[in-house]
Design a protein around this ligand. Structure first.
Ligand code: SF4
Ligand code: SF4
Length: 468
């Protein structure tokens, strides 16, 4: 019998019905009448063979068959799932977070690293990364790139200077960037290297900005929104807000021609005011955005309504920003997966087993969110033999994709989700582990899928109007 796949989901879209296989990821749009005919045919004894589909929906049925939404084979779903799981990439390092210092000059109220918490702050190393460790860290990363087996003519290795606040150890940032640039002359794996820094911006000055431009280090400034009020949780250690000072630095970057992007932590206040994003883009010529959904922690708890509001904000801003030619990173990755009908296995490089985090003392870990207790820090930069493909923790993290979670298999967003942040999943509820679901993220993933299916339908309708 011809049947709907267990991975098939239906969506109401502007007068039509979309049928969508969550792992084959190509929506098929049917008029309501066609959908009713389909339902009637599937419920009838004539659905024993594709050949017996009613004439008026023959074309639609062929499309539904092509995208595995309909199948007459009992094991089709299992075969699709096995294929997807078999093609999940194994751990292969291409991203390195260089933690130049675990110390931060701010104490944001929601900081997931724990820099706002006296007890957790004690765990952070006081010593910044030394030149000796920086040199070894670069060599370690290059070795990992070579062991990865990735094709670096296509893949871009990425180094992200991070903290704490990376600019508290500016001289070592320059040292590493210069060393990597020099190595590009001899190491083919570094040819397409991309370097960037995530900073709160306060320690930027004219000389440093010019040097960063020179070194081709992208500047990602983290803020919480676009007004003083929206940034009220971004405070220094004495409790003073810093938004005005950050804007002065953003303005200086703009005057000096630096290509800056904003990494925006979406505070509850920020998601209430959509209009402010566009104002800021226009005023400061911002070219890139990344929106970060806030995480709950034991020191900072968010209301339930926040997840919905943040998910809506990201979608609405995506629509507005794309009109200006700006694509927000998180949405862009999902759009990319959707438009190529290619399963998006993980939403962060840690869960693809593709990332190392190097602490100032030379410890090497998987996720920078674990800096304060060094959980999942599995080796050091002195370990010449380290191979993430053989490391149990890396393998465990690389299998955290929703496609491996029974609870996710019936979710429509399975193919575009990537699973969010395992740390957030772990901290959001007592007894959770990195294998738990990041429910904060589910809201975003499901709403995004609805948007993508509706948006594609809108584009198809417009195209067919123009071609008439
Ligand atoms: S697990 Fe979470 S905190 Fe860690 S790198 Fe991924 S998204 Fe970031
Ligand atoms: S993590 Fe949530 S949104 Fe993602 S596939 Fe699982 S249930 Fe769906």
């Amino acid at each position: 019998m011809v049947k709907l796949s267990r991975f098939a989901h239906t969506f109401e879209v502007d007068g039509a019905v979309a049928l969508y296989h969550s792992l084959r990821m190509k929506p098929v749009y049917l008029s309501r009448e066609s959908y009713q005919s389909l339902q009637a045919w599937l419920a009838s004894s004539f659905s024993d063979d594709f050949e017996h589909a009613p004439n008026e929906i023959k074309d639609e049925v062929q499309l539904l068959k092509k995208w595995k939404i309909l199948s007459d084979k009992a094991d089709e779903d299992d075969r699709v799932l096995t294929f997807i799981r078999d093609h999940e990439p194994e751990p292969a390092i291409s991203v390195c977070y260089m933690i130049l210092s675990e110390q931060c000059n701010l104490a944001c109220k929601y900081c997931f690293l724990g820099n706002n918490d006296d007890e957790k702050r004690k765990h952070f190393n006081l010593e910044s990364m030394s030149e000796e460790n920086a040199s070894k860290a670069v060599d370690f990363f290059v070795k990992q790139l070579k062991k990865s087996g990735l094709d670096f003519e296509k893949e871009k290795p990425v180094v992200i200077f991070y903290g704490g606040e990376p600019l508290v150890n500016y001289s070592i940032l320059v040292y590493i960037a210069e060393k990597l640039t020099k190595l590009q002359e001899t190491e083919p794996c570094l040819q397409n290297l991309q370097m960037s820094m995530v900073t709160n911006g306060l320690l930027l000055n004219e000389e440093r900005i010019k040097k960063l431009i020179d070194l081709k280090v992208g500047i990602g400034v983290s803020i919480d929104g676009f007004t003083e009020e929206e940034n009220s949780m971004r405070i220094d250690r004495d409790g003073n807000t810093v938004f005005k000072k950050i804007l002065e630095k953003v303005s200086l970057c703009q005057q000096l021609g630096a290509n800056i992007s904003l990494s925006v932590t979406l505070s509850e206040e920020t998601v209430k005011h959509r209009e402010h994003v566009i104002d800021l883009v226009k005023k400061y010529g911002i070219k890139g955005f990344g929106f970060n959904i806030m995480m709950s922690s034991d020191t900072f708890v968010l209301p339930e309504s926040y997840n919905e509001a943040a998910a809506d904000f990201i979608i609405d801003e995506f629509k507005e920003l794309r009109e200006l030619g700006i694509m927000e990173d998180r949405m862009l990755r999902k759009l990319d997966a959707f438009s190529k009908a290619k399963v998006y296995y993980s939403d962060c490089a840690a869960t693809s087993g593709g990332q190392i985090v190097i602490a100032p003392n030379g410890q090497v870990g998987i996720c920078h969110g674990c800096l304060y207790d060094k959980k999942y820090f599995v080796t050091t930069i002195d370990d010449d033999d380290f191979d993430c493909k053989a490391n149990e923790d890396f393998i465990e993290w690389s299998k955290l994709s929703p496609v491996n979670k029974e609870e996710c298999l019936d979710c429509p967003a399975l193919g575009i989700c990537g699973g969010g942040c395992p740390l957030n999943a772990m901290y959001s509820k007592e007894g959770n582990t990195i294998h738990s679901i990041d429910t904060r993220f589910c809201v975003h993933a499901k709403k995004t899928l609805n948007f993508l299916i509706e948006d594609l339908y809108r584009v198809m309708q417009e195209r067919s109007k123009h071609s008439e």
